[in-house]
Design a protein around this ligand. Structure first.
Ligand code: NAP
Length: 288
């Protein structure tokens, strides 16, 4: 069923969307631009980003699209991005942590961290941590963490698969569990500040993520995705709805699928806090 159009006016609001060069992130940036927001497209590939920016501008008529460069697998790049963003935007109304990968072979980031964990988990953590002053300055900011129903297998004693055999699917799946658990920990920290944090599942969406690795399933999964999966705009619907709709004003610490709240099986405050401390140690920030 096609959901009704999102009713919201985002003129005057600044929204940061990571991974806005492709897939769900690009479709989210487009929808937020359609609703009138100034959208900062946080991306790593200049050529691809400019192509996406022009296409979104043409489709929405928006002249308020900005491209900002960041490699979310590199902590120095995230820090430089956050410094630059702070000079341009003292307030951030919406942060969509979306950029993610699923690789076919084990790789490490320039910081020496298993790449899926570095990108999908530490990327979300460090961006959110560094943008916290601007989010709080907005007064009513919303953080939307793109997670997944395909989640599980997190081992807090071996998040980089140093003891366990690595597979692209297992590495990806545990990051999506971590995205949810960290959202619950984040929501606790923002309680009473007006800033909300929610996690969501976009559905099975035909994007580039399956072509890039697909956990070794590569071609067959990307072909299956083309036939069976949703289009990126459908996957982005609940992301944009959580970012913009008055219907979810003030709601925080919840897991959403197709604009509906769903129970999350990964709720364990002690484990969430342990994960929070681990991640903040890995990005070299305080755990407050
Ligand atoms: N597709 C699905 O069925 C599905 C289901 C559940 C959850 N999700 C989640 O949805 C999110 C978006 O995925 P997608 O399906 O839209 O995949 P996608 O089409 O591959 O898009 C991923 C985006 O992340 C960016 N990115 C990856 N690594 C980056 C890095 N180091 N620095 C900066 N940007 C980086 C990519 O940039 P480039 O364009 O430069 O590569 C791209 O813009 C992910 O968090 C994924 O886990 C997807």
């Amino acid at each position: 069923m096609v959901p009704p159009p999102i009713e919201a006016d985002l003129h005057g609001r600044t929204c940061v969307v990571t991974g806005a060069s492709a897939g769900i992130g690009r479709a989210t940036a487009s929808e937020l631009a359609r609703l009138g927001a100034r959208v900062v497209m946080a991306v790593r590939n200049p050529g691809k980003a400019e192509k996406a920016r022009r296409a979104i501008a043409k489709a929405t008529g928006s002249d308020a699209l900005e491209v900002a460069f960041v490699d979310l697998a590199r902590q120095d790049s995230i820090r430089a991005f956050a410094r630059e963003l702070a000079t341009r935007h003292p307030q951030v109304d919406v942060l969509v942590n979306n950029a993610g990968i699923w690789t076919g072979r084990r790789q490490t980031s320039p910081d020496g961290i298993e790449l899926t964990w570095a990108t999908n988990v530490l990327g979300y953590v460090l961006v959110t941590h560094l943008l916290r002053p601007q989010l709080e300055a907005a007064g009513h900011a919303r953080i939307v963490n793109v997670a997944s129903r395909y989640a599980g297998g997190l081992d807090l004693t071996d998040v980089e698969f140093e003891r366990r055999p690595w597979s692209g699917g297992d590495a990806y799946r545990q990051t999506k569990q971590a995205n949810r658990m960290l959202t619950w920990a984040l929501a606790r920290r923002f309680a009473g500040t007006g800033v909300t944090a929610n996690a969501m599942h976009p559905g099975f969406v035909s994007t580039e993520i399956f072509g890039k690795g697909g956990g070794g399933l590569g071609l067959s999964l990307s072909l299956y995705a083309k036939v069976r999966a949703r289009r990126p705009a459908e996957g982005a619907d609940t992301v944009a709805w959580l970012a913009a709709s008055p219907e979810v004003e003030g709601q925080s610490g919840l897991f959403w699928v197709d604009r509906g709240e769903h129970r999350c099986r990964f709720r364990d405050e002690a484990a969430e806090e342990e994960l929070w401390r681990l991640c903040h140690r890995m990005v070299g920030s305080s755990t407050s």
